[in-house]
Ligand binder design. Sequence first.
Ligand SMILES: Nc1ncnc2c1ncn2[C@@H]1O[C@H](COP(=O)(O)OP(=O)(O)OP(=O)(O)O)[C@@H](O)[C@H]1O
Length: 715
Amino acid sequence: MHFLRLMLRHLAPYKWLCVLLIFSVCFEVAYAVASPLSLKYLVDDAFTPKDFQAFLFIMALLFGGGLLNIFVSACGDYTIGKLSGEVIRKLRGELFVHLQGQSLPFYQRYKVGDLVTRFSMDMSSIENVIRFAGPMLLKESLSTLLGLSMLFAIEWKLTLAMLAGSSLMFIGPWLLQGRAEIVNLNYKEAQERFSNTIDEMVKGHKTIKGLHQQLRFRERAGKQIQDLFSFGLKLHVNNSLMERLPLTALLILNGTMIGFGGYLIFHDQMTVGGFMAFFTLFMSVGQAGSNLSFLIPKLIESKISFQRIEEIFDQQPAVPESSVPIELPESLDAIRMDRVTFGYTEGTYQLHDVSLRIENGTYAAFVGPSGSGKSTALQLLSRFYDPMQGTVFIDDYDLRVVSEGSLRKLSTLVSQDTFLFNGTIKDNLMLDNRALTAEDIVEAAKQARIHDAIVGWPAGYDTMIHNEGASLSGGERQRLSIARALLRDPKLLLLDEVTSALDPVTEADINRLLQEIRHSKTIISVTHRLASVVNADVIYVFQAGRIVESGKHEELLSRQGLYCSLWEKQNGFQLSHDGMYATVDAERLAKLPFFEEIAAPLLKDVAALFSTETCQEGDLVVQENEEGNKFYIIVRGKFEVLKHSPEAGVKRVAVLQDGDHFGEIALLKGIPRTATVKAMGPSVLLSVRREAFHQLTSEYPTILRALERSLKLRM
Ligand SMILES: Nc1ncnc2c1ncn2[C@@H]1O[C@H](COP(=O)(O)OP(=O)(O)OP(=O)(O)O)[C@@H](O)[C@H]1O
């Protein structure tokens, strides 16, 4: 019933098309039922008495009715096409808009495959039901009802006998329906899971290869393909049984009809013409009945599809637009957080009681260790999430009551995960702003230091971007997204690690650009590279979801707190302009716990042993279980530390960044690495090999002893 209500709700806006469809179906059915009846009159009133006039009259009626039937059926076919097309068009459009209105948590819950399957498979199963199964259901039900009343008129006893036997036709489908629904749902979910695997495999092909996870993916896909096979087989067997059982029942009924009909003729209770008409009509009613049972699997499939699409429609955005949204003015005085607490999921908190105020025209920076909540704070300032407690204000407007359109016009977020649309470079830069001129675009591209690269490509600004920009380097994608943000000319520019994928020269250029535009905008920049925030008007230092320090660079250094220790960790390195050659000071090495006992002159020799290594996003510096023979210090860049376990697969256990070090045990012995270390973007490392280190320690055994002592303490 719920399914019928859903279906009627979607058909309701097209009343006239429905009326036209019902009319054409009724006409077709009436003609189909009347045709076999003509046999009775042909045999009993024209052939047996040899009445030619009556014969001509019946033939004329049949022929005229036939022509009219063809015309009405053609109109009916057009109506069905239009009706199903309109319903699906509306449904697709509404679902699309509904998806756009959803917030980030929705997109974390539903994966690409889930949504694509609903848009493709489920929509076509609904389209099928409206285009074929629905009209057929109407037609065959009417044919059955009308045919049955005619059969009663011809011979009620025989009809009653047949009717009693007909219940056999529906017992099978009735018994199998519950199982059919479950199998159908299982099959659809298996399709979703497989689509998600394909999506992950395409997007993560580099990582899968890099971490040598092909086998795991093949096993996962193999299992899912096996599921598709088993559920598909069950579905097929179930559907076939639902279709075949009524046909078997129909055969039994035919035998009954011939036996009982013959008995009535032999006892003069029925004419031969009447029996012929009854037989033909019964066959067509039987056909209609079995057609109805053929429809059952299709109806069950579309019922599940309707439910799956309704499930999406039932999802409400976690960050809803206010019912009376306020338009923000075109300029802003300040943006602030007032005692904001937030967690991505119930019971977890990524921000605790955070308060801050950033005045118009300020260049503010959020810094702190990885995972301390900097990006989360930025997401709340852009209202991608709402706080659990506390409020985010722009001027004195709570972001929850502000119209999304005016907020997006005022502020633009450039994040670490740049997304480029399939289209040309120009389309990606202009988006929907037709007012932009070619000069504006070139100017922004120059500012973002991407113009030279673009004009170097054969098609220049008309170069097509495919596959979300996978053919471009991380730095190129990042610079394009900066240019795109500049073209929107926002008053509030929110930057999340925008220079992390850039080489030192481009990074310096972008930092210079930010200095140039900082007075015409409010800029909030999340970064882990402290050298880029020394000029900031205010720096907020995050730790475990709280702001633990704030102020200018010099003030924070003098406090000797977390900022100061992060600063010291990142200092003491020199990097050439092209980012290809780095060195480390002996003073910086002395800050490493296992080198602290070693005298300064000896550390100078240790520093000279380091050589520079550069790597790109996805490169594996260290692989779990492989023998280690190098120690690394990160000069710039971000690395994730991954560990593999049979239960959880590959899991990120830490993120390392500028100034962090790893693999020091390899300096003493070549034991297997306990984790994999993978570059999250272009990076520069300093490394020293155990063999080189041993040459030095054989000259100065004190170094070796000091190192052994401090590593023993640490382990
Ligand atoms: N969408 C999410 N769902 C659940 N947890 C999340 C989500 N995004 C981030 N987190 C978690 O929230 C915490 C804070 O993350 P956030 O990205 O804000 O930190 P960050 O200081 O910006 O770190 P980084 O410099 O590494 O980006 C981390 O523990 C992270 O794993």
